[in-house]
Design a protein around this ligand. Sequence first.
Ligand SMILES: [Zn+2]
Length: 183
Amino acid sequence: MTVTPDRPTPTAAADSTTPTTPTVIDRFVASNREYAVTFRDGGMDARPVQKIAVVACMDARLDLFAALGLELGDAHVIRNAGGVVTDDTIRSLTISQRALGTRSVALIHHTGCGLLGLTEDFRRELELEVGQRPQWAVEAFVDLDGDVRQSMQRVRTSPFLPHTDDVRGFVFDVHTGLLREID
Ligand SMILES: [Zn+2]
């Protein structure tokens, strides 16, 4: 009996001349090549120039650098769903302050946040669907101002953070672009 060695079977998909629609990440890669053409290394080190960490929602409408007048190298920006202060946010803030010299913390929530419509039922539904309860809390809220206050409180009372004198919280209005400070 003769054994024929395995050979790859030619397929249409293997034809590299077949045009494919670029994905959004393909466009990132192309944009980055253009970016790098004019990019100049500012010679900064890892410590933020303005000695501030900003904790904000991941919302796509929030352009923090433009909205806060920040330049490259100025600030640490820590973003998550809701801009909430979780254990992992405290982890980043602790490193920001103790290893990288920041002194101030600004917290930014915003109007129309996706978390406003959610409840902790989200977790229970997730558990029913996948058979496992997530370790994390959804951190959903109904009271925007109250949640900013709670976030400020979590930062101010963290035993890991040496600098809690300058902690301020805001709500960004996605329609006007204005920040409203929460006392
Ligand atoms: Zn949000």
